[in-house]
Design a protein around this ligand. Structure first.
Ligand code: NAD
Length: 709
């Protein structure tokens, strides 16, 4: 039984007890249903309270049941909610904490709702490519009005209970209790239940039409305006996703049709969306996000090294951004550089960042001081002696890293974790500069490090398992999405990116303009095309990598067009000139006549016959180059799972979430089709046929009828 029952005076108390978040899987639904019947049959019971055990009321449907027969098995969630609504005795949902999706829908089916102060409520289905499927789109507007309901259902974001208590006369909750403990809250909820136990008729949201229109304050014109403005915004922000649009239409039904018809519509759309590739992809990412923290040889018993203090060495772009992460979590942070001037600038920059957040109302003044008090700066490596984790972010040169790691090794206490933020250098080599390679790990943050969620955790051949477990725990503390990679050039993300950019350069050489390539891949759904991205990151970074590559692998075919742009000093936004032109202080990419003529001249010199390249080919060449390198990475064990690669690309590189990431996209498209396309691309005389040789893993998977996983 995953819901318990007890009698408290005249109240029947049902407690959802399905850890960790009281998900509404079949067994919980059966238990609630059975206990409801028990309370109904007991003539001493005057009211029924439903509460959650632990910290949550209910996290909603059990995602493992999604799309399976179990989800539909009776009593399904709709059936349970229907039984609650039809109960002859008042049923009170007592939200002791988080109520999400189906959990909130269950509460909406109750006759009354009370909540503890600060309980979070959300309808997050849209994030999985769905609309709420158990009455949420029909009951929530009838509680808080279409405008507030749309805001919650379309965004999927959580709101605090108190914000939904009184919304211009409408409310989601009948009472909010500031209870110090769960027991105290349950007592208050039972007292409330007793106080209303004789009130008839029982209030039901299904009958509460006037609240949808804010008690009639919203006339037909206002309502039309609200729905249309949502649709208009969505065409800009969510054009690849059907679910947000369907949320709007379903909510609209609350003011255009009856409750029962609205419910039928909601169900139909919910089931249709469940079968869309977008929904399957978003669900894939949801599971992938959970799986990427699982590491085969890390178990719950793996000991953790405490990380109470941190030092960051190198107060440049990355060092400052990385420090902000630790300061945001109130972790005392020591920032070290070899220049006092750089340290002063870094401290001022960090303060400015917090001041700007305060001025926008995103941060309290007191928290600014708390965070700044956690920051110390120093020129002296001797100050590292007591620090738990030391993270190096100095220049990307092995000589510099060697000097710094030797110094760290001299001063760090035994057991300190030694991390490097290198993007391209061999961390096995970096670890060998110390007497304790087992303590060394890569923590590859992405720029801007205080904003980007992705963190590649790079385990070397010798990284100790407790170091790995500890940095994964730290990543959680600083709210990063951590994905583990093994050592190779570029790790997961940048190694794949190199192939993608190689194709982008070749496409320009063969006939595309940078804007044409960017627009094609942006229409596919990327946040930013390769040329806008390179201009943002700085073209010199890729240039440095290519120089190294030409020496190491002279046989590889590269378009030198990227070098040409750099040779003309066009490093990107920072020089107001890159693949595009920029006005000072403005990030808008303006197609550049200078670049156009450089490209034209380059093609002439190389004798390249210019051709029109269709959009399908542009996207295909860019995406399949990612897929093929991803397959190599998987085969070599650099990434543990294909879905880890998807998380890296969606979280760190703007790959469209509605495709589920490059590997999921390849699976959905069919690996055999991708091989066929790659064979076509290999015939291009300007390209390198070897580049398009499918990774052996892809052939193996096709032969055995399996997918990238
Ligand atoms: P940066 O040039 O902005 O900063 C480097 C800092 O290190 C400078 O402030 C410099 O004074 C300091 N420094 C150099 N030698 C030192 C020494 N011996 N002792 C103490 N301080 C020293 O560089 P960045 O862009 O912040 O990159 C730092 C590291 O992060 C590199 O390894 C880079 O590959 C990596 N990285 C950069 C990015 C990015 O987008 N910039 C992204 C991910 C990783």
């Amino acid at each position: 039984m995953t819901a318990s029952y007890e009698v408290r005076g005249q109240v029947g108390l049902i407690t959802l007890a399905n850890p960790p978040v009281n998900g509404l899987g079949l067994s919980t639904r059966e238990s609630v249903y059975a206990n409801l019947r028990l309370a109904e049959m007991d003539e001493h019971i005057q009211a029924i309270v439903i509460v959650g055990a632990g910290k949550s009321f209910s996290g909603g449907a059990d995602i493992k049941e999604f799309g399976t027969a179990r989800a539909m098995q009776q009593p399904n969630l709709l059936g349970v909610i229907d039984a609650i609504e039809k109960s002859s005795k008042p049923v009170i949902a007592a939200l002791n904490g988080l109520a999400m999706g189906g959990g909130l829908e269950l509460a909406l089916g109750c006759h009354y709702r009370v909540a503890v102060l600060g309980a979070l409520v959300a309808m997050p289905e849209v994030k999985l490519g769905l609309i709420p499927g158990a009455g949420g789109t029909q009951r929530l507007p009838r509680a808080i009005g279409v405008d507030a309901a749309l805001e919650m259902i379309v965004s999927g974001e959580a709101r605090k209970s108190e914000l939904l208590f009184e919304l211009g006369g409408q409310k989601l909750f009948d009472q909010i209790f500031n209870s110090p403990s769960l027991e105290d809250f349950v007592r208050s909820a039972c007292e409330f239940a007793t106080s209303i136990s004789q009130v008839r008729p029982l209030p039901m949201l299904r009958n509460n039409l006037s609240n949808s229109t804010n008690q009639g304050l919203l006339g037909k014109t206002e309502l039309t305006k609200i729905f249309e403005s949502y649709r208009e915004n969505l065409t800009k922000t969510s054009k690849h996703l059907p679910a947000p649009f369907e949320c709007v239409t379903a909510v609209e039904k609350t003011v255009t049709t009856s409750f029962d018809e609205g419910m039928i519509y909601e169900r139909k759309v919910f089931l249709e969306l469940m079968q869309t590739p977008e929904c399957k992809s978003l669900r894939h990412l949801f599971v992938a996000q959970r799986n990427c923290t699982k590491i085969d040889d890390v178990t719950p018993e793996t000991p953790l090294r405490q990380v109470r203090t941190v030092a960051v060495i190198g107060a440049g772009t990355m060092g400052c951004g990385i420090s902000l992460n630790f300061l945001n979590a109130n972790i005392p942070t020591l920032l070290i550089d070899n220049s006092a001037e750089v340290l002063d600038r870094a401290k001022a920059g960090i303060l400015k960042n917090y001041e700007s957040q305060v001025s926008k109302g995103k941060l309290k003044e007191a928290d600014l001081h708390k965070r700044m008090n956690c920051l110390q700066t120093s020129l002296d490596f001797g100050d590292l002696k007591t620090v738990d984790l030391i993270l190096e972010a100095v220049f990307e040169e092995m000589r510099v890293k060697e000097a710094v790691f030797k110094k760290i090794d001299e001063f760090a206490k035994p057991g300190a974790i030694l991390a490097t933020n290198t993007s391209t250098l061999d961390i096995n080599t970096i670890a060998s500069f110390t007497q304790r390679p087992q303590d060394v790990v890569g923590l590859h943050f992405f720029s801007p490090a205080n904003i980007m969620k992705l963190l590649e955790v790079v385990r070397t051949d010798k990284t100790a398992i407790d170091v790995l477990a500890s940095v994964m725990a730290l990543a959680k503390t600083i709210q990063k999405t951590a994905v583990v990679a093994r050592v190779c050039d570029g790790f997961i993300g940048n190694r794949m990116l190199e192939q993608y950019v190689r194709q982008a350069f070749l496409l320009v050489e063969e006939g595309c303009s940078p804007a044409q390539v960017d627009q094609a891949i942006e229409r596919f759904g990327f946040a930013m095309g390769p040329f806008r991205m390179y201009d943002l990151a700085g073209n010199d970074i890729g240039w440095a990598i290519r120089k190294r590559r030409y020496i190491e692998q002279p046989q590889l075919k590269y378009s030198k067009i990227g070098d040409l742009i750099c040779e003309h000093g066009r490093m990107g936004q920072k020089t107001n000139a890159g693949w595009y032109d920029y006005l000072p202080g403005n990030r808008k990419a303006i197609p550049s006549p200078v670049v156009d003529s450089l490209i034209e001249e380059f093609r002439k010199q190389r004798g390249v016959p210019v051709r029109h390249i269709p959009e399908e080919e542009i996207c295909g060449r860019l995406i399949y180059s990612l897929v093929n390198e991803g397959a190599h990475i998987l085969q070599e064990g650099i990434a543990a799972r294909a879905s880890d690669i998807d998380i890296v690309y969606v979280t760190g590189y703007g790959f469209p979430a509605h495709t589920g990431g490059p590997m999921n996209y390849a699976n959905q498209l069919g690996l055999d089709l991708i091989v066929k396309k790659m064979q076509e691309f290999a015939k291009n005389p300007l390209d390198d046929a070897a580049f398009w040789r499918p990774a052996p893993l892809i052939h193996q998977l096709i032969e055995s009828g399996k997918l990238l996983q």
